[in-house]
Structures are given as structure tokens and as C-alpha cells.
Design a binder for this molecule. Structure first.
Ligand SMILES: [Cu+2]
Length: 466
């Protein structure tokens, strides 16, 4: 089984070498390193997370152990979070909270059951390193997906700027007049009062497996066959609308967790969210089929191609005909968990207000009305988080160590999706519930990297945990 694993990252199909039997057999080495990528003809030096085979990211099978030595080959400290997995809290990979940062040239070991299965990902939780592409897919292939024999295509979308992230953040936090014209460049996104603000940062490019549409990843597929797309929004600060183009797709999971299958052609993918789609390749396709991700509020997009045998590769423009609309919660409301949480009453309901001062670029969370307070829970409780967005920006809210179920959106009760990251749109109220079954100290934050850096971060803490 191990010898037949394949990853579909960066346009390459890499077969892993068979691993020797024995105690070390299941240990994977992941190395943080710098690398060069090509962005529209210009070389960029960024970070990456590679296996010894050179493949980016990690693919395991359901039931495997997550047995990883993480080597920091960078000249700076780091820490990698296993986004969507539910490890013991000390192995969650968040510097200063789960464990000390991994020093330059240092390493750390992780060993816990690789669960839950599904499309997860990994990314730096240290400073602004995520914007420098220190992120990769982390796929725990479901037993049913393996048994199905359906080809899988793993693609991670990212946002890219030629401006260093520290400069982007400094630009955002620089005092500015109340109304600013929209402009290009770091921090050039205008902020105005009263209407939703879509993008803080005007990115120079969007990437799919490190590539732009000028030179996209191309995956060979079989005519008439099904393909499972595992799509990851690994952006620091960009929400996308995924467009399956001519293909009819069936949404089967969000954030790696199964939903009642739903036919879709377009689907919102907020920062840090994932979605799996099953598509069927038309038997008669003459040209390769583009799968696109358009940034909300912009016409700039990225994507990749599925190429049926013998089909021509087509050129797809990086610019869509029109800007993508702002993400809404319409699709979220329609999602239903295929494996919902058990039915029980809520033991503890916690109000969490999402607050911000757009002009000053400060963001925050108020728990029970108190800025800086944690969400305190007891083990065994069913906990409800009532997230009320008081700002005119959307916030992809992520809880570590747990998956929650969306139960109410703007007063409408639903048996919604099980997720680890839900978008709370401007002025919306979203309720989620989770079972407090993983004692520890867990980050709970907005996954927009710049919002988090500007204060939109708290923790869920179990009383008496150790
Ligand atoms: Cu936010």
C-alpha cells in the first residue's frame, strides 16, 4: 500500500519509494526549506515543506499513524500546525502555545493517530511565514476513497505578493485617512466605512500548486472517468470562488468532512477551507478542462487543467471577464453534514464578538464581552460558540483540535456542515457546536493572517487540563 501512494503536487506525479519494514517504517521526514518558484516569468525565493522524496506535503491512509520528524532547515525559528487534525494539544504545532518554536536547524517529532481522515493541510503558525508559502497539503485518504480507485488530484491555492509580508502588515497598520482610493500594492486596498471590504491586500498573483495560469499544473485524466478534486485554500488573506467550468461537480466534503452530496459548478472556498469534488470527465472533450479559483472582489484568478488523453492544452487568461462577487453564506446554509455530531443539548453557550477598527487596522475577539478572554470549557461538554461579526469584513474562524458543526446562520437553524473553519460574513451571526473531548489549550482565531497578526486570536482552554 505504501509503495503505491502517489501525490499530485506541483504538476508532478511522484511515487514514494517503498519503505523498509520495522519500527521506523512509518516515520516520515518533513523538511522546511527555501526554494525558488517561477511567478509569471520571474524567480521568487519562498519557503516550502518537502518530504525526502522532494514531494510537497504528505499523504497518509486512514488508520495510519501520523509519525513525522519535522526538520527546520530554515535560518529562522518555525512551527507547523497540522490543520484539521485532532492531535494531543502539545503536538498541535503552534509556537508558544503547543510547544516552543523549533529553532533554526532544529527538529521536532510528532506521533499520534492520523485522524480524522480527509483533506487537511499543514502550514506555519509562526509570524507571517504562511504568506511566504510555508504550507502544504496533508491528505489522510479515506478508506472508501482508496477502495473506489478514483484518481485524486490535490491542489492548493495560495496568494502571492512581491512585497514581503512584514511590509504588507506595516502598510495595513499605517494610519490612513478615512477614505482612500483603491490602489495597487501592499496595503493598497481602500477601506471605507459602511460597506463590506473584501481585500485588505492587493496580491500580485494567485497560485495553484505554486503556478499561475501562465504555466499551470496539468493533470492527465481518463476520458469518461471520475476524478476526485481535493482543493485547499492555503491563502494567507484571499477568499476564492471555485469554478468547475464546463464540468458538473458533486461536492462530497468540506474541510475534509463528508456532506450530503450536492451538485455544484461554483463554490465558495474561504481562507483555510477545503472542498472535495467528484467530477466526471466528458468522453468527447476536445480540449483540456480548466478548474479555476477567482479571488472575491477581483477578476484575477488561478487554476489548473485536467487533460483527457489526446486533448489539446488550452491557454486560460489570468484575468476573468468580471470580478468574482463577495462570498456569501448561501451555500453554507444549504450544506448538511453526512456524519453530524450526536444529538444532545448544549451545555455551554459562549458569545464571541468579532470586532475591528478598520481605520486603525486592529482586530479582536470578545468572549463574554471581554477582549482577551479565553473560551473556558469543561471536558465532556457540548459547547456552542455564537460568533457575531460586528465588522464589515468577513472572517474565516478556525478552531484547533476539534471539528465543529454549523448549527445556525443568521437565525436559521440548520444541521450544517462539520468543519474546522467557517466564514462569518460582515454583520452575520454564525453558531457552531463542538464536543469538548480533546483537553488542552487550543488556538481559536481568524485565519486571515493579517487579522490574526492584528489581534483576532484567542484560545479555548479546558479547566484543569494538563
Ligand atoms: Cu478576520
Amino acid at each position: 500500500m505504501l509503495s503505491h501512494r502517489r501525490t499530485f503536487v506541483a504538476g508532478a506525479v511522484a511515487s514514494l519509494l517503498p519503505l523498509p519494514l520495522g519500527a521506523q517504517a512509518a516515520r516520515h521526514v518533513l523538511r522546511l526549506q527555501t526554494r525558488q518558484i517561477d511567478v509569471n516569468g520571474k524567480a521568487a525565493t519562498r519557503y516550502g515543506i518537502a518530504q525526502s522524496s522532494g514531494a510537497y506535503g504528505l499523504t497518509l491512509d486512514e488508520g495510519d499513524e501520523f509519525n513525522v520528524r519535522l526538520e527546520n532547515g530554515l535560518s529562522v525559528p518555525s512551527g507547523i500546525h497540522w490543520h484539521g487534525l485532532t492531535p494531543p494539544w502539545r503536538q498541535d504545532g503552534v509556537p508558544w502555545i503547543s510547544a516552543p518554536p523549533i529553532p533554526a536547524r532544529g527538529s521536532a517529532d510528532y506521533r499520534f493517530p492520523a485522524k480524522p481522515a480527509g483533506t487537511r493541510w499543514m502550514h506555519s503558525h509562526f509570524g507571517l511565514q504562511e504568506q511566504d508559502l510555508l504550507a502544504a497539503p496533508l491528505i489522510i485518504r479515506e478508506t472508501a476513497a482508496i477502495a473506489s480507485g478514483v484518481q485524486e488530484v490535490v491542489v492548493m491555492f495560495e496568494d502571492f505578493s512581491w512585497t514581503p509580508p512584514q511590509e504588507i502588515l506595516a502598510g495595513l497598520r499605517r494610519p490612513k485617512p478615512m477614505v482612500m482610493p483603491m490602489g495597487r500594492g501592499a496595503g493598497g486596498g481602500g477601506m471605507s466605512m459602511g460597506k463590506p471590504d473584501l481585500n485588505d491586500v492587493t496580491f500580485d498573483a494567485f497560485l495553484a500548486n505554486d503556478r499561475t495560469l501562465a504555466d499551470p499544473a496539468v493533470f492527465d485524466v481518463e476520458r469518461g472517468a471520475q476524478v476526485r478534486l481535493r482543493l485547499i485554500n492555503g491563502s494567507a488573506s484571499s477568499n476564492f470562488v471555485v469554478d468547475l467550468g464546463a464540468l458538473d461537480g458533486t461536492l462530497v466534503t468540506v474541510d475534509g468532512n463528508p456532506v450530503t452530496p450536492r451538485p455544484v459548478r461554483r463554490f465558495p472556498l474561504a481562507i483555510a477551507q477545503r472542498a472535495d469534488f467528484i467530477v466526471r470527465i466528458p468522453p468527447d472533450a476536445a480540449a483540456a478542462l480548466p478548474i479555476l479559483a477567482v479571488c472575491e472582489g477581483r477578476a484575477l484568478r488561478t487554476g489548473f487543467l485536467l487533460r483527457p488523453r489526446g486533448a489539446a492544452v488550452v491557454k486560460v487568461s489570468e484575468t476573468a471577464e468580471a470580478a468574482a462577487p463577495a462570498l456569501t453564506l448561501a451555500d453554507e446554509k444549504a450544506l448538511r453534514a453526512a456524519v453530524p455530531l450526536s444529538s444532545r443539548r448544549v451545555d455551554r453557550s459562549v458569545p464571541v464578538d468579532l470586532i475591528g477598527d478598520m481605520a486603525a487596522y486592529t482586530w479582536g475577539l470578545q468572549v463574554h464581552g471581554m477582549g482577551g478572554a479565553p473560551v473556558t470549557v469543561d471536558r465532556g461538554e457540548r459547547v456552542e460558540l455564537v460568533m457575531r461579526n460586528t465588522t464589515m469584513m468577513s472572517h474565516p474562524m478556525h478552531l484547533h483540535g476539534h471539528n465543529f458543526q454549523v448549527t445556525e446562520i443568521d437565525g436559521e437553524k440548520i444541521a450544517g456542515a462539520v468543519r474546522d473553519c467557517v466564514l462569518v460574513t460582515p454583520m452575520a451571526t454564525v453558531k457552531v457546536v463542538f464536543d469538548a473531548d480533546n483537553p488542552g489549550l487550543w488556538p481559536f482565531h481568524c485565519h486571515n493572517l493579517y487579522h490574526m497578526a492584528a489581534g483576532m486570536f484567542t484560545t479555548v482552554v479546558y479547566r484543569g487540563f494538563s
